[in-house]
Design a protein around this ligand. Structure first.
Ligand SMILES: C[S@@+](CC[C@H](N)C(=O)[O-])C[C@H]1O[C@@H](n2cnc3c(N)ncnc32)[C@H](O)[C@@H]1O
Length: 242
C-alpha cells in the first residue's frame, strides 16, 4: 500500500517514529498532565498521554472513565497492565478496587513514573521492570491488558530510544509473544485483552494469532480523529485473546 493512500500513511512506521521523537522534544512537553479528573506526573522518556487519545480510549475500554464499562471488563480481582507508561490505567484500576494490581513496562522510566503516580494518588500498585511477563514470576491474573505499540516496524529495526518502545514493534515480535503468553498467565475465568488500532496491521495480527493457535474477538471499537493535523481517522479496537 502506498504512502499516498490513507492506510499506508496511517500505518507508516516512519511517521510513528517521527511522532515519538516530536513528543520527546516538544518544548511544551509537560511534567504533569490532567486525565480522568486527576493530575499525573510525566517522567522524561515515558509515553505522553497528552499527544494521543489512546490512553483515554484505553480507560474507556476498561470502564475506568465515563459510563462505557463493558461486559466482562469490569470484573473484579487481580489486574496486570503490561506497558503501563505513566501508570494511569493501573492506578485507576487499583482505585476502582482491583487487587492486586501489577504494572509492568520494559522502559524503567515508566516503572518509576507509575510508582510516582501510585504514591501521588494513594493507590496500591506494584510496578515492575519487565519485558512482557519475564519479570513477573508465575503469578496469574483475572485481567491482563496491554495498550500496545501497534505499529509494525521492519523486522530488523533497532530501537534508538526507550521511548520508541511505546510506538513500534519490529516484525510484531512482541505482539506474537503477547498473543502466546497472555492467556497462559490468566487465573481461571480470566480475560486477556489487547488494545490495538488501525494504525497497526489488523489483518497481520489476526494471521499471527492464528499461527499461535489463538483467536481474537473484537469486544469494543471506537473511531477517533487524531494525528498532528487531526485528520487521521483511527479505529481503536479492544481484542480478547482466546
Ligand atoms: C502505547 S504505550 C501505552 C502506555 C500507557 N499504557 C498509556 O496508555 O499511556 C505502550 C507501552 O508498552 C511498553 N512496552 C513495549 N514493549 C514492551 C515489552 N516488551 N514489555 C513491556 N512493556 C512494553 C512501552 O514501553 C509503552 O510504555
Amino acid at each position: 500500500m502506498s504512502e499516498s493512500d490513507g492506510q499506508g500513511r496511517l500505518q507508516s512506521f516512519e511517521r510513528s517514529l517521527e511522532r515519538s521523537r516530536r513528543s520527546l522534544r516538544r518544548s511544551d512537553r509537560p511534567k504533569e498532565f490532567a486525565l480522568a479528573g486527576r493530575d499525573w506526573d510525566l517522567v522524561d522518556e515515558v509515553f505522553a498521554p497528552v499527544y494521543s487519545p489512546s490512553t483515554e480510549v484505553a480507560l474507556e475500554f476498561l470502564g475506568l472513565v465515563g459510563n462505557t464499562g463493558n461486559a466482562g471488563r469490569d470484573q473484579g480481582g487481580s489486574f496486570l497492565e503490561i506497558g503501563c507508561g505513566a501508570g494511569v490505567a493501573a492506578v485507576l484500576a487499583a482505585l476502582a478496587g482491583r487487587s492486586p494490581v501489577v504494572a509492568a513496562d520494559i522502559n524503567p522510566r515508566a516503572v518509576e513514573n507509575t510508582t510516582i503516580n501510585a504514591d501521588r494518588h494513594g493507590a496500591r500498585v506494584r510496578a515492575v521492570h519487565s519485558d512482557l511477563f519475564s519479570g513477573l514470576g508465575d503469578e496469574r491474573f483475572d485481567t491482563i491488558f496491554w495498550s500496545s505499540n501497534y505499529v509494525r516496524a521492519p523486522q530488523d529495526y533497532l530501537y534508538r530510544s526507550l521511548h520508541e518502545y511505546a510506538y513500534v514493534d519490529p516484525g510484531y515480535r512482541t505482539h506474537r509473544r503477547y498473543l502466546l503468553q497472555a492467556p497462559e498467565r490468566l487465573a481461571p475465568g480470566g480475560v486477556a485483552l489487547l488494545h490495538f488500532s488501525s494504525r497497526g496491521d489488523v489483518a497481520e495480527l489476526h494471521r499471527l494469532a492464528g499461527a499461535c493457535g489463538r483467536e481474537l474477538r473484537t469486544v469494543r471499537s471506537m473511531t477517533v480523529l487524531e494525528g498532528e493535523y487531526g485528520n487521521d481517522l483511527v479505529e481503536h479496537l479492544l481484542l480478547e485473546i482466546h
